[in-house]
Design a protein around this ligand. Sequence first.
Ligand SMILES: Cc1cc2nc3c(=O)[nH]c(=O)nc-3n(C[C@H](O)[C@H](O)[C@H](O)COP(=O)(O)OP(=O)(O)OC[C@H]3O[C@@H](n4cnc5c(N)ncnc54)[C@H](O)[C@@H]3O)c2cc1C
Length: 438
Amino acid sequence: MTKPDSGHTDSYYAASTPAAPGYPKLNADIETETCVIGGGFAGLTVARELARRGRGVVLLEARCIGWGASGRNGGFVSPGYAADIFALERRLGKAHAKELYDLSREGAVYVRKCLSEPDFAGILGGQGRLRLTRHSCPDKIRRTRNRLEADYGHRFEVWDTATVRESLRTTSYHDGLYDPESFDIHPLAYANALAATAARAGASIFEASQAGSVSRVHDYWRIAAPGGSVRAGHVVLAGSAYGALSGLHPPLDRAIVPVATYVVTSEPMLVRLNEAIGFPGAIGDTRRAGDYYRKLSDGRLMWGGRITTRRSQPHQLAALLKRDILRIYPSLGDFRITHAWSGLMGYAVHKMPIVGEIAPGLWSCTAFGGHGINTTASGGLLIAGAIAEGDERWRLFAPFGARWAGGPLGRLATQLEYWRMQALDRWQERGSGDIQTR
Ligand SMILES: Cc1cc2nc3c(=O)[nH]c(=O)nc-3n(C[C@H](O)[C@H](O)[C@H](O)COP(=O)(O)OP(=O)(O)OC[C@H]3O[C@@H](n4cnc5c(N)ncnc54)[C@H](O)[C@@H]3O)c2cc1C
């Protein structure tokens, strides 16, 4: 069990992760080739991949490794982006959308490969992902499956209502799209393993070292932190929503809207849970702001849902999500919520990651939104490849720059957009609209 002073939010993950070794605080002026800011999956993947290529890299984390969204998310690893792939196709054309989709799949494959390394033992959870509709639309589901298979080479299985209801004891769902390629992980343990392997490969990692400023001095960058500074040829900004709030690089900060989502875990209730939920992998509905959940190996239910631009955690969070759970699975009866927490995701207005060089030697690897485990892996690989080998594939993300998200007014606009999406979900459940493919 993690000690209460581990610094992490009080989540199931923090409680079920062995205490990490910890990394020192920056307390000197040092020099390196690349300084990565942010110790979430994005920054850690960049640091690990640069170190494995024999390049000099320093990573600064304001709190502790995995403290942000990376150490407290749902743990679903699946191809795709926060943006709908068919919307990307309409905007960019099929060939470009396919290249982006392939990259997102490469990210999931990267995570899967990491899991076979000894440091990552025990991190893999369930296998497969089931996406469910809250209204009957068998033709739309079939059309979606056919397009994903024909145009993106990704095979899914369609589940009809009878098959869904054989597996899940609820009448809330109708049709299902089963993806055998997806899987789920313990995200905090994954972050710790990325850091451990990066450090062993030669990366210098510092915790409790918040970068306070990034400035260009002659032909290098200077990153100042309370205890010291880093002089580097390249800087990678990977602070996501928490970085945007820390005010490090205003043009990028302004492009990111921090969006909160909530997660709870139940007490162990193996028998009841298996009776209600037969499917062993990750489950989510196709609503725009839908529920996402999975069974954990120790008989608990992990349930996530709701999105909002409000940053403070609701007072009655556990009761709120328990009510959501019982609406879908009344047969679970009464149970105790052992952990309830929230986390912030960084969203750009276009819902795509901002990945690329934003000034000479200044790189962005951020804004992965609610679909960040696979995409931080592919984004991290692209940025490390760009710095170490001149790989230019990050230009595939060029259409998704750091567009201003509108500040407080932008947050309000985003909140209004969520309410609009929720209304659209209700309207769709009465029989109209398209299936979302996030
Ligand atoms: C509750 C929740 C559930 C989710 N579920 C899923 C899911 O099931 N599947 C999925 O694919 N995605 C999911 N996501 C999204 C996913 O977790 C994120 O997209 C991903 O983790 C983002 O990683 P990151 O490294 O960009 O940012 P983060 O993990 O947020 O890391 C950013 C780090 O930067 C640090 N930092 C910020 N500013 C500074 C500074 N100035 N100096 C130094 N350090 C700084 C922060 O302390 C933080 O640790 C979920 C997110 C949340 C919150």
